[in-house]
Design a protein around this ligand. Structure first.
Ligand code: ATP
Ligand code: MG
Length: 192
């Protein structure tokens, strides 16, 4: 019997999660396996839209209590998916006006029950450049110092997730122009 995997992939904005995931999906599908990718942000935005929100980048500016409500509903939706390989594209924390708040608090982890975490990082200078060239998003003020700070916060948040769930964290560096390499590493590490 093949083991079910529910993988949570985290990384700060612009690190390359979505690009990496699309490469991973191509590789996994080419080996005949089925995989379901879920964007936590999109799911939350869908819930928020039903409640009147218009713009995706407005979501993280809502009062934390509002975001937590949408976050919980999204987690409950994720828990209903039953595919063998589920990969969730999300953030370990969200940069809100009230401060960094966890994307994966204990109550959410208990609902989702992930088997693995993948924490994506990259050189701060590369993240900076990736954010600058991606004009489809309405990003916050970008500085190298902020990016370094965010990488630091990510490391604390993901350690907490591992301790709460008992699931392992695979750290992956998404090197410039080497998406395939990073995708292969994750697939091998988790046995996808
Ligand atoms: P967000 O959290 O905001 O959704 P993300 O982590 O999903 O961000 P992507 O949208 O995948 O980030 O990537 C951001 C930009 O960086 C894109 O323009 C993408 O093409 C580029 N990029 C991602 N990975 C690499 C890489 N290894 N080398 C070069 N460019 C990359
Ligand atoms: Mg993305």
């Amino acid at each position: 019997m093949v083991e079910n995997k529910k993988i949570i992939m985290i990384g700060i904005p612009g690190v390359g999660k979505t690009s990496l995931l699309s490469t991973m999906v191509d590789i996994i599908k080419s080996s005949g396996k089925s995989v379901h990718v879920i964007s936590y942000g999109t799911l939350m935005f869908d819930v928020a839209k039903e409640n009147g929100l218009k713009n995706r980048d407005e979501l993280r500016k809502l009062p934390v209590i509002e975001q937590q409500k949408f976050q919980k509903i999204a987690a409950e939706k994720i828990a209903t998916f039953t595919e063998q390989i589920i990969i969730i594209d999300t953030h370990a924390f969200i940069n809100s006006p009230e401060g960094y708040y966890p994307g994966l608090p204990e109550h959410v982890l208990k609902i989702i029950q992930p088997t693995n975490f993948v924490a994506v990082s990259a050189k701060p200078e590369e993240i900076y450049n990736r954010r600058m060239k991606d004009d489809t998003r309405n990003r916050d003020k970008i500085t190298l110092a902020n990016i370094k700070k965010e990488l630091d916060v990510q490391s604390g948040m993901i350690s907490a997730c591992a301790v709460i769930t008992g699931s392992p964290v695979r750290l992956v560096l998404n090197r410039e122009g080497k998406i395939n390499e990073a995708a292969d590493k994750i697939i091998k590490a988790i046995g996808l």
